[in-house]
Design a protein around this ligand. Sequence first.
Ligand code: ADP
Length: 362
Amino acid sequence: KTKVRKAMPWFGMDIGGTLTKLVYFEPKDIATDELDQEARILRNIRRYLTKNSAYGKTGHRDTHLQLDNIEIRGRTGSLHFIRFPTSEMGNFLNLAKAKGMAQLVTTVCATGGGAFKFENNFKEEVNMKLAKFDELDTLIKGILFAEIQNPTECYYFENASDINKSEKKAFDFSQPYPFILVNVGSGVSVLAVYGPDNFRRISGTSLGGGTFLGLCCLLTGCNTFEEAIQLATRGDHTKVDKLVRDIYGGDYDRFGLNGDLVAASFGQMNLKEKRTSVTKEDLANATLVTITNNIGSIARMCASNEKIDKVVFVGNFLRVNPISMKLLAYAMDYWSKGTLKALFLEHEGYFGALGCLLQFNG
Ligand code: ADP
């Protein structure tokens, strides 16, 4: 029996403000006749895309996120998750040309702002057409698919009210609606999601992951996100921020504000002697806490306006960033007196690209 086969390769691309995310479906059910027929170029591309060393210095395949035994459009295979800085798009296009990808792929499914920005480059440099999809549509499609395919996709932090004790625990997200979705990429978008095709973008802020990274590089001289997070892990924001207790000498009892709360982010840095005594680790930690708490505060207001109690945080700002995740879990719990729950998803930054792959109809 011969199936009608959609031309391979299948991938989805999310070209963001900072990172380009690529999700590639590697078929594992290749029949011998297909293998014989499989073009040499296609074999090359498959081998190339699934090889670890393939992405140069800046590209990276997140092997820990790989999903196996996934069925898409009647085919069974593995999903691979790959990212590279959007600033390297020129190199990616050269590579696509060198590997002969362009001879095989006529249309690439793409989302994110870069699908518009780079459309002409794809056309002119490698003769590929972009099938463009809206980033919020693909984001939600990707989340719903991952939740169904991966039983351990969704998690929360148990004992969120005590950051030193809070621990990652699986969450059953099979009945998701309604939920607030906070996508923390370079910037931040907040959506209220009522059903697979029923959602609104209700808020956002320009103070996002790009702001954290930009400010951190300025203040500490670091150069990468990983470095910024490592510095932040060793620092203490209370040396930088002005706390309620710095102002009141203790708690502000009348309104139930604990002395340890931040009253003014970076509020001690007006004083020269304070400035000279802070370390770059403290500054990195303060930058991370400032950006995270601001996002938490907006998310909480959105949830209370919409009367929704589940808040899902995604986006690559959360990559290798347990400080922010625990802080968000704490902030949701604390400020809502335990009525709001912060949820997180394992494939944090890849849902747009995944949703894009699923839209593919070549
Ligand atoms: P976008 O689609 O806007 O690029 P992402 O969801 O990919 O958004 O998140 C980008 C943010 O993720 C960056 O602003 C930064 O805070 C963080 N980040 C995580 N890992 C990296 C990395 N390797 N390089 C740069 N930024 C990273």
